[in-house]
Design a protein around this ligand. Sequence first.
Ligand code: 3BY
Ligand code: FES
Ligand code: FE
Length: 419
Amino acid sequence: MSDAAMTKLKHLVQNRRPYHMLEAPFYTDPDIFKADMDLIFRRHWIFVGLEPDVPEPGDVMNVKIGDASILIVRDDDNNIHAMHNICRHRGAALVVDEKTSVGRLVCPYHSWTYGLDGALLHAQYMPEDFDASCSGLRKVHLRSVEGLLFICLAENPPEDFEEFAKTAGPYVAPHDIANCKVVHESDLIEPGNWKLAVENNRECYHCSANHPELTQSIYEFGFGFDATEHDPSRQALRRHYEDMVEKDLAAWEAAGLPSVENNQRLEAVSGFRVGRMTMDKAGESQTLDTKIASKKLLGNFTEARLGDLSIHTQPNSWHHLMSDHIVSFAVFPLSANQTLVKTKWLVHKDAVEGVDYDMENLTRVWSETNVQDSRLVGLSQLGAQSPGYVQGPYSKQTEGQVEQFAAWYIARLKAHLCA
Ligand code: 3BY
Ligand code: FES
Ligand code: FE
């Protein structure tokens, strides 16, 4: 980044107005996009996928974070490794596909051959004194939190990730991600900055006007929405909701499922929130009829109505884990005004399509919701790009988590810019 761009960014960071949108360049400026990739995406724990993305030994997933291409590989001992997709000979990319399955990783250029743990096994025509043990693929830090995979590209990753693993792990574990399978994936390129995609995810202020399918099952209240002060007609509904929440949380906790919301660490370096939310009507799953989409329940569950275990992680993921299926979302910035949102749907590994679940029913709600959200993100981007843009206020009653995300982002930039 040029000195002028750096000075401009520092100035913008210092002048952040709490409970207001960020200034326009944060959503539009290619220099700030580069700073986001350097200071946010290369220095924090980034959610990249789930253990069932690489279910068998030899399975490879190729994840792109900005210019970095990282291979997530399961070895023959079922350990999962993350490594740079760069041959140690002349730097060729080893894998171009997004998912593949290999016995060994063989470079297409001069056939240097690596084991599934990245060790260099063969390199022909190299001198006698060539030390293969120093030419393995470069490792990247990887952590699995009960099946949710996070990588960190920094040499010294933020240590407080441990708090996330310790706190969220017990909520996630009963859903037994290791024994799920990914049955559907979607890649949606949203026409907006990655922060607009995340901001949009962090509130349900827009839900009732935009998500007719999702609001069959979810309660906007569950996601920080509180309009009862201004709309007394909603007070009865809110009281009903709160009674249900109290009963559900007591029952789920008594059944050994950690459920009570923990949103204490949204502004931590490895920020997150986690909580099991009561859902509407049958309350079982995020489907149109709010009943389970897959008859084979996850883990040892025998009860279908276990709400929605909702997890948000800074900077780039959110997840909904239900009794019968999981929907997992990851955000990958592509440019200042384009963002890839990757969504994955998982069911029990033994569930059979057409017998235990219907793909259309399983994927309908979030396929529609994603398109609706993408449109909203695009509309915000249009505003941010316009010369008429001024920073609008976040509502304290409905956009608390949007503020926490913006505050987290600015604090993380500040920590690195002023280090
Ligand atoms: O995906 C989420 O986490 C929720 C659901 C609706 C809006 N958002 C806060
Ligand atoms: Fe990979 Fe030469 S660049 S073997
Ligand atoms: Fe939405």
